[in-house]
Design a binder for this molecule. Structure first.
Ligand SMILES: *[C@@H]1O[C@H](CO)[C@@H](O)[C@H](O)[C@H]1NC(C)=O
Ligand SMILES: *[C@@H]1O[C@H](CO)[C@@H](O)[C@H](O)[C@H]1NC(C)=O
Ligand SMILES: *[C@@H]1O[C@H](CO)[C@@H](O)[C@H](O)[C@H]1NC(C)=O
Ligand SMILES: *[C@@H]1O[C@H](CO)[C@@H](O)[C@H](O)[C@H]1NC(C)=O
Ligand SMILES: *[C@@H]1O[C@H](CO)[C@@H](O)[C@H](O)[C@H]1NC(C)=O
Length: 386
């Protein structure tokens, strides 16, 4: 999940207090008029490094059942979690602000992220001693700051050894959580979840996630169904979170099916949705489809543009916006700038796909990337009434 260290003017967030537009796209009710089961997951990651501009009090809690605090990291020597002064200030504020509004919402401490060091996780998971030090620290930190659960976002296990160590980590983590809970009178056991690659295995080097251990020991996993294309594919535009692709495995439908085929039950899968686009510089303004020739990334932070900036760009430049029904993705172009992202139409279709395939829910990367909860509202309506 890309870190975007970006200043967002606080006046924008006064908009958050406005009631979001009711964008409900009611389609014929296919799945019955079910109200959401209590176990459905409508999640979002909150970015602690943007806390000054987007504090926990700015979250529209009615759109979510699970809110993730991003991120803590293990120390590279002790493998205990490092708590920076910023974390110490915001973790309790996060859990208490959310629980004061709605005590049913699960607050989850997420560990890792794409800014974290891959070798640290590999070393932490490699031995029983280092795993146990990490696990004990995650549980005590979660309890100290009032979280309901723990989430691992190791990007990414890099070898088959890493994958077998990950399996042991999940097993020992679950055991530790079960042992800890009764000694905390009246507190339910902590939850345990993980953010994972969009698909259940990697091509190179070839390795697969431990589907058995995930099914047995983890409450749910969240495939990151985005970043299929980006600055590493500079010569052609790409829909970085497309639902379908006939000619490659780079699609959300492929990823979700690969998890189910690996043996993880659909009801343990939570589909990732990006609230950001990826941009390219077109070779010529007149060739502007998906896969059009490009000359590198366009505007944004290394070609990453948060959703509210995409909307601002589109209106400032009179961009043409296209909802591509074949891939189920959205893109816009103006001059030689091309942006692939998810607008309300593709979010609606993807959430309905998730629901129709029996998934547990969806999550957003990230909170604060849209101004007025239009995307969160669209997803929620698609989930509830789709
Ligand atoms: C929310 O943002 C969208 C896109 O900018 C805009 O069309 C809509 O009018 C906004 N709604 C509100 C309530 O501000
Ligand atoms: C741990 O991180 C520190 C600071 O980045 C670095 O100086 C040190 O070499 C690292 N130690 C190990 C064992 O990786
Ligand atoms: C959270 O921090 C804000 C300051 O940003 C403060 O106004 C608020 O009272 C704090 N809330 C809690 C529950 O600690
Ligand atoms: C991952 O593994 C590959 C091949 O085994 C190696 O070349 C690469 O350096 C590793 N990457 C990290 C971040 O450890
Ligand atoms: C997609 O993955 C499957 C294995 O799941 C593989 O057999 C197939 O060759 C892959 N297709 C492409 C186009 O990479």
């Amino acid at each position: 999940m890309p870190h975007i260290h970006k200043f967002i003017p606080s006046h924008i967030y006064s908009l958050l207090l406005l009631t979001a537009a009711v964008l409900s796209v009611f389609s014929p009710v296919l799945a019955g008029e079910s109200s959401p089961a209590t176990s459905d997951i409508r999640g979002g990651y909150w970015l602690s490094w943007l806390a000054q501009d987007f504090p926990p009090s700015a979250i529209s809690t009615s759109h979510f059942t699970h809110l993730f605090y991003a991120f803590l990291e293990p120390n590279n020597v002790t493998f205990e979690l490092t708590i920076t002064p910023n974390d110490d200030q915001w973790m309790r504020n996060f859990t208490s602000t959310i629980h004061a509004v709605d005590s049913q919402i699960k607050t989850i401490l997420s560990i890792g992220g794409d800014g974290s060091s891959v070798p640290i996780f590999s070393a932490m998971a490699a031995t029983q001693t280092t795993r146990s030090s990490f696990i004990a620290s995650t549980i005590s930190t979660a309890r100290l700051y009032g979280f309901d659960g723990l989430d691992l976002d190791w990007e990414f296990p890099n070898s088959t050894d890493d994958m077998s160590h990950l399996s042991l980590l999940f097993q020992e983590w679950r055991q530790a959580i079960e042992i800890e809970s009764p000694s905390n009178t009246g507190r339910p056991p902590l939850g345990l979840s993980a953010a994972v690659l969009y698909a259940s295995s990697f091509q190179s080097p070839p390795r697969s996630y431990p589907a058995d251990a995930i099914t047995k020991y983890v409450d749910f996993v969240s495939p990151m169904c985005f970043d299929y294309f980006g600055k590493w594919t500079p010569s052609a535009t790409g829909s970085h979170a497309q639902l379908f692709d006939k000619t490659s495995n780079l699609s959300t439908s492929y990823g979700v099916n690969s998890w189910i085929e690996a043996g993880v039950p659909a009801e343990k899968l939570v589909m990732g949705l990006p609230v950001y686009g990826r941009t390219w510089l077109l070779k010529t303004a007149c060739d502007h489809g998906i896969g059009a020739p490009a000359e590198g990334v366009g505007p944004g932070n290394e070609g990453v543009m948060i959703y509210s900036d995409v909307l601002d760009f589109n209106s400032a430049n009179g961009a043409t916006v296209v909802f591509d029904t074949e891939s189920v993705s959205t893109y816009s172009f103006a001059g030689t700038t091309w942006i692939g992202y998810d607008g309300p139409s593709s979010i609606d279709a993807k959430v309905k796909f998730a629901k129709a395939h029996g998934l547990r829910g969806y999550f957003f990367w990230a909170l604060g990337y849209e101004k007025n909860w239009t995307i969160a509202e669209t997803a929620q309506n698609a989930w509830m009434y789709g």
